[in-house]
Structures are given as C-alpha cells and as structure tokens.
Design a protein around this ligand. Structure first.
Ligand code: 5GP
Length: 124
C-alpha cells in the first residue's frame, strides 16, 4: 500500500513557514520545535523536512542522508536541552506515534522528545 502524504497537515504548514513555531534547531534535513501543548518541562518535536507520514514510511523510503540527518538532529536536540543521562541531565524519552492505534494526530512523521521530569514507566 502506498503512503499518502497530506500537504495541508499542520507540520507541512510549519515547514512552509505558514504557521509560526518556537524553533530549537533547524538543519538541512530536520526541524525541531517546542510542542504547543507540552506534557513535560521539555517537550520538543523533531520532524524531517521531507514529506513522510510516519516512521516506517521514512525508514523505508527516505535517503540515507535524510535518515542520518534526522537522527543526528534528534541527538543534537537531546544534547542542546541537556537532558541526556550523565551529561547534564537525568534522561529523556523519544516517542513516535503512528496511525490510529498509535494515536497519531498530525500525519507528518515526528518524534516527541520528552524530559525534565520523571516520566513514569510506560512498558512492562
Ligand atoms: P501526535 O499525537 O501526532 O504524536 O502528536 C502531535 C503533537 O503535535 C501534539 O503533542 C500536539 O500538541 C502538537 N501540535 C499540534 N499542533 C501543533 C502546532 O500547531 N504547533 C506545535 N508546536 N505543536 C503542535
């Protein structure tokens, strides 16, 4: 089944500069910005600049440069926000929701980077 990307989704509009955002980091392949409804003291969204719906779409169809660039940006964000364990922070959680079961609200791949408080146990 082909992936169908909706050019009118909110993050596409953010990438086109049609909706403002509080940018944390921008690189050739990624944009990181504060979530509008933060669930933790640190709640940043990192998105690839390409039109990818979800994680598997990106991982299977993006170029190696895009994949490396995006992942590096996620790492940079953790470093910049000083949430990486043992190096100025107490750790973080990276989450990417996909589809209905994953409760994905915005159909442009994004990872949530959460930190700044104890986040509780998610999986047993
Ligand atoms: P999802 O459920 O798709 O994984 O999460 C989407 C996230 O995008 C939510 O945490 C929501 O608060 C955030 N969000 C939705 N609209 C906007 C927006 O216009 N600006 C920003 N910065 N975040 C948004």
């Amino acid at each position: 089944m082909a992936y169908v990307y909706d050019e009118q989704n909110i993050f596409a509009k953010i990438l086109r500069g049609e909706i403002p955002n509080k940018t944390v980091l921008e690189t050739e392949h990624a944009l990181a910005f504060h979530d509008i409804q933060p669930q933790a003291p640190v709640h940043v969204l990192v998105i690839p600049k390409g039109p990818y719906v979800c994680y598997d779409h990106f991982a299977l169809e993006a170029s190696d440069a895009e994949i490396v660039g995006f992942n590096r940006a996620v790492g940079e964000v953790c470093k910049m926000l000083e949430i990486q364990p043992g190096e100025g922070g107490d750790g973080y959680r990276v989450i990417s929701n996909a589809g209905e079961n994953g409760v994905q609200e915005v159909p442009h791949l994004h990872v949530h980077v959460l930190g700044g408080r104890w986040l509780g146990r998610m999986l047993k």
